[in-house]
Design a protein around this ligand. Sequence first.
Ligand code: BGC
Length: 350
Amino acid sequence: MKKLLMAVLCGAFGMLMTAAGEKVGVAMPTKNLERWNHDGANMKAVLEAKGYDVDLQYSTNNDISIQVNEIENLIQNGCKVLVIAAIDGSSLSSVLANAKAANIPVIAYDRLIMNTDAVSYYASFDNFKLGEIQGQFIKDKLDLDHAAGPFNVELFTGSADDNNSEFYYQGAMSILKPFIDNGKLKVLSGQTTKAEIATKNWSTEEAQKRMENLLTGNNYGPDDVKLSAVLGTNDSIANGISTALIDAGYTPDNFPIVTGMDCDVMTVRNLLNGSQTMSIFKDTRILADKVVAMVAAILEGKEPEVNNTTDYNNGVKVIPSYLCDSIIVTKENIAPVLFDSGYYKAEQFK
Ligand code: BGC
């Protein structure tokens, strides 16, 4: 009992000592893509549970100038720490110089902010590894080490202005390129460079349009040239790819392998009905917890926990990073990973 009382008192005292009440600014890129709604809501809830005052801002339609203005407002409004998921990792140098001048530490959330010394920490997933996982998934499904092939594949990557796209692209290509080089994988469109396969703003519509062009341009179709796999970096892109494939007549029996990440609601439906093959669960609750722990440590004058101090150079310095783990999700493990963990409710998909 005495121990319990001590624990309660320590907890309450701890809250007073954790700089509770301090204002934390959170800038998210867009409400148009599902994942950032989860991220923003989690960050706000966890920060508020710790007693912080949260100013959460979203840009509109990935508009960079709106995000810059919002960050400026967060600085002016007395935020003590800024958490930023950048739209364009390279466009924040001047506004973040103001944050630095005002002694406001900045945590880059999920996307590294480039070319500035004003970023203190970075928290994300292991983005190179995520690309590798998608490449490996295609390699395993097509059994590229043993099957004779050749197999036709097409490639998509994320928005060119998002630094993560580079890691996803390099990770996936580290697995797929040797098979493209030895002819076991064929990319009939010839589009394999990051610039050629990028998808502006990670847009579903852009991905669908490009997939439609690839289908007609290369005569891919269920009764024509067989397309075996499409590397779709995230779920908003995979979703556009799937729609184009369905419109072209593909059915669950002959659907090409389509990869993604984020485990968006639409993707869970597509995994269940066979119009996407895999996604990767990046539990935004874990990322939010890690970032909130960083915020708390900074405000308490402690060193935040990091687990990577070598790989994320933003062009000015290596940013100490915390990289969270992720889980591959296919139709088979949706229930244990996404439902049992409470991320979604099974009823949502009935
Ligand atoms: C994130 C992905 C997300 C994409 C589009 C990337 O920076 O890492 O998880 O799907 O942005 O929002």
